[in-house]
Design a protein around this ligand. Structure first.
Ligand code: PMT
Length: 202
């Protein structure tokens, strides 16, 4: 759940607007149904639901490492985190000082965690999320097949009541056969239940 933070120096980082609400809602509902839940989360201001084992992380690399530590144990992995695709090539040990008019930041690719999990899926259930600003269905379908997912929950940033920070979401669930289920606006907690219902069906 949540965003990742990719450090530039001890003061600054690259991140995104994820608050963790979607992922924490899923963790809350899963533990309520009796699952053993590891909530591997980037920095958020949310309190972990009772009964959930919170594993706080900062960067995408750390998130990858912690997920791999627990992957063998997991029957189901749900990736609602907004993972940074790139990180600064160098993390400066001291605060970068203002100097020239231009400062060029070199970025390097982070691991695609879900893609790596997809390669060693076995009989685990893998559920991804897709946050898009255009071509929602096409892009999400591509992610389902590339990352070897059972299904993906796709949300469009520009749809009212969807995406980052809201208590609601508006999503399409797309499975590996290409079926698209369009859902109305609903509370993230209700969507969490619905996602778990779909997983139980599988
Ligand atoms: O946290 P909230 O404020 O409640 O907002 C919820 C949300 C918008 C963050 C959530 O609903 C959501 O859409 N999460 C995924 C956002 C995203 O980064 O999607 P993506 O299309 O870039 O990535 C596709 C999938 O691959 C995601 O499951 C992502 O976790 C995973 N991924 C992405 C990049 C990467 N390097 N490793 C990954 O595993």
């Amino acid at each position: 759940a949540g965003p990742t933070r990719e450090a530039i120096d001890p003061v600054r980082y690259i991140s995104n607007h994820s608050t963790g609400k979607m992922g924490y809602s899923i963790a809350y509902k899963a533990v309520d149904r009796g699952a053993k839940v590891y909530l591997i989360s980037g920095p958020t201001s949310l309190k972990a639901p009772e009964g959930v084992q919170l594993i706080p992380v900062n960067s995408a690399r750390e998130m990858h490492e912690k997920i791999m530590e627990h992957y063998d144990e997991a029957d189901i992995v749900i990736m609602s985190a907004a993972v940074a695709d790139y990180a600064p090539a160098i993390t400066h040990q001291q605060k970068v000082k203002k100097s020239d008019e231009k400062l060029i930041l070199e970025l390097v690719k982070n691991p695609d965690i879900l893609y790596e999990l997809g390669k060693i899926k076995g009989d685990k259930i893998l559920v991804g999320f897709a946050m898009e600003t255009e071509n929602l269905v096409e892009n999400a379908k591509e992610k389902v097949s590339k990352k070897n997912l059972d299904f993906i929950v796709a949300n469009d940033l520009f749809t009212e009541g969807a995406g980052f920070g809201t208590d609601t979401n508006v999503v399409k669930i797309i499975d590996r056969r290409g079926n698209v289920e369009s859902l109305p606006k609903m509370a993230k907690l209700d969507l969490a239940d619905l996602i778990l219902d779909r997983i139980i069906k599988l």
